[in-house]
Write a protein that binds this ligand. Structure first.
Ligand code: OAD
Length: 249
């Protein structure tokens, strides 16, 4: 672990941002999107499942797939990386978690005020009127990769209920996006953990932090190019646990 980084984390930092992607939940058993062989987008066509057009075209296929993912998340537990991030909040003067993930594992690990840029699997709403669907979702049996399932209907206008996630081609919800950018531009240290950094505008978060003069630290088992102002911790998301231990004892 770079000693300069440990000193910065333990002595100088006032506001830490932790920006996370699918890699943080990988060790809980939730597949990432773009990892070779295991990534969701290796097995499924995003255009068929993760757009509003796809949902309107074949709501049962789309809803069945998201229900399969939501239930998979419910069966998993936060891993050491989620717990380490929640633990970091006890040491840093201020900590903001900004995630692209649509699971609730940061919250279940104890992180507060998590900013979800891409929405949540756990907040379905009507595709027509946008009303939140509060009723429990029916627990119909699903095959291993999902299968077709008709979405519930909205009580107000009878429209189909859609997953509460951001799809390709959709604008990110304004409030989390503004809060994420504000945190990135006001922090002095940002950890970018378990993300390929390929999906914009979310991928702008570390760049905004860097542009505003923060130290940016990437944690990833797959190495990629970084600038001379950034750090790279080559390893799984759980490597953060070691860094916290060294910095805070
Ligand atoms: P990706 O699947 O694009 O990237 C996952 C990243 O996690 C890769 O860089 C992996 O190397 C890394 N990784 C894998 N295992 C890891 C581990 N154990 N610890 C740490 N890192 C690990 O996922 P995201 O970057 O999150 O958007 O994808 C961004 C967005 O693309 C998602 O939010 C989703 C997707 O399409 C929407 O659904 C709108």
């Amino acid at each position: 672990m770079p000693t300069k980084l440990i000193a910065k984390l333990s002595q100088e930092t006032k506001h830490v941002v932790v920006f996370t992607g699918a890699g943080v939940s990988a060790e809980s058993g939730i597949p990432t999107f773009r990892d070779a062989l295991t990534g969701l987008w290796e097995r499924f066509e995003p255009a068929q499942l993760a757009t509003a057009e796809a949902f309107r075209e074949d709501p049962n296929l789309c809803w069945g797939w998201y229900e399969w993912r939501r239930r998979k998340v419910l069966q998993t537990q936060p891993n050491e990386a989620h717990l380490a991030i929640a633990e970091l909040a006890k040491h840093a003067p201020k900590l903001t978690v900004v995630t692209q993930n649509v699971d609730d594992l940061h919250e279940r690990a104890g992180s507060k005020g998590v900013i979800h840029l891409h929405g949540s699997l756990h907040s379905p709403r009507c595709i027509d009127c946008g009303n939140a669907h509060e009723a429990p979702l029916p627990s119909v049996e699903l095959s291993e990769d999902g299968g077709r399932l008709e979405p519930p209907r909205c009580n107000a206008f009878n429209g189909y209920i859609r997953p509460g996630v951001v799809w390709f081609g959709e604008v990110l919800p304004e409030a989390p996006w503004s809060a994420g950018i504000a945190a990135a531009e006001s922090c002095d240290l940002l950890f970018s953990i378990g993300t390929s950094g390929l999906v914009y505008p979310a991928a702008e978060i570390p760049l905004r932090a860097l542009g505003a003069g923060a130290t940016v630290v990437h944690v990833n088992p797959v190495r990629f190019e970084i600038s001379s102002q950034e750090y790279f911790i080559h390893g799984p998301a759980t490597a953060l646990q070691m860094l916290i231990k060294v910095a805070f004892g």
